[in-house]
Ligand binder design. Structure first.
Ligand SMILES: C[S@@+](CC[C@H](N)C(=O)[O-])C[C@H]1O[C@@H](n2cnc3c(N)ncnc32)[C@H](O)[C@@H]1O
Length: 263
């Protein structure tokens, strides 16, 4: 079993805080995946608290068909500007906002009925701690539903950088088996999970890099090269990547893991 590299949480928080204004314009894949997640694993109608973990600017919160007479939505994010953006976009929704870390959620045991999370848990290094926390706060019979990136995400970018040097330029994500294993180890039951590959195309490698930066998805690996990348290194990586162009476009793969697990 491989562990993801050490993630720099301060950088994660700063990157997403800085991206709160540009996120929505660029987060096409995130919206696509959020809708697919709800289609696969819809919200159930049982009364109680629903938690959106890593809510970002509130796209998933908006899509959840919450029955306000019996259900209460709490949206949690580590980056305060993301919560402000979410509140601004969801003014007409009765949502409670909480700035907190998914790796240590400040809720009472058995207080939440359903936990949803779209493309946020990949930023948590200690996924076993996240799942143990989810298990602790969920009511018996409650569900944990999420989509996260798998280990083949951005494999083309990873390969292109591997031609340049040995540093970790692309974030490492846990694989499908590891995630399933962590869930079982945390004591979740009836785990249903599947993987889907998504591909996005870009007119250039720089367009892909701009998108990653604009949504806050910086390289947050502690093993990254702390020295600035030189123009020559960047150009080398780009020519390796663009060596595999399809027509006039470069492709980037995203492995998405969809999960529903029951407490
Ligand atoms: C790619 S965005 C996804 C946002 C939203 N769920 C969506 O579907 O558009 C990831 C979000 O996770 C948040 N995040 C990252 N690490 C977190 C952590 N440890 N605890 C809580 N939120 C975190 C980021 O601040 C960011 O808003």
């Amino acid at each position: 079993m491989t562990a993801v590299g050490h993630l720099d949480k301060v950088k994660i928080k700063r990157s997403f805080a800085a991206a709160a204004g540009s996120y929505d314009e660029l987060a096409v894949l995130q919206r696509q995946v959020g809708l697919a997640l709800l289609e696969k694993y819809p919200l159930d109608a049982s009364p109680g608290v629903i938690l959106d973990v890593g809510c970002g600017t509130g796209f998933l919160s908006r899509q959840l068909p919450v029955d306000s007479s019996s259900q209460h939505l709490v949206a949690l994010d580590i980056a305060f500007p993301m919560l402000l953006a979410s509140r601004q976009k969801n003014l007409n929704l009765p949502v409670h906002y909480l700035c907190a870390d998914a790796e240590s959620m400040p809720f009472a045991a058995h207080s939440i009925r359903q936990i949803y999370s779209n493309l946020a848990l990949q930023w948590c290094q200690d996924l076993p701690a996240v799942f143990a926390g989810c298990k602790r706060v969920l009511k018996f019979g409650g569900q944990l539903v999420f989509a996260t990136f798998g280990s083949s995400t951005l494999r083309e970018l990873k390969s292109a950088w591997a031609e340049v040097d040995g540093f970790a330029h692309v974030n490492e994500f846990y694989g499908f088996e590891q995630i399933n294993w962590f869930l079982q180890d945390a004591g979740f039951q009836s785990i249903s999970s599947e993987v889907a590959m998504y591909q996005s195309s870009y007119p250039s490698v720089m367009a892909l890099m701009r998108e990653l930066k604009g949504i806050g998805a910086h390289n947050v690996n502690m093993d990254r090269n702390k020295k600035p990348t030189t123009r020559r290194q960047l150009q080398h990586m780009i020519s390796c990547y663009e060596g595999n162009m399809v027509g006039t476009e470069v492709l980037a793969s995203y492995e998405i893991i969809f999960v529903r697990a029951q407490r």
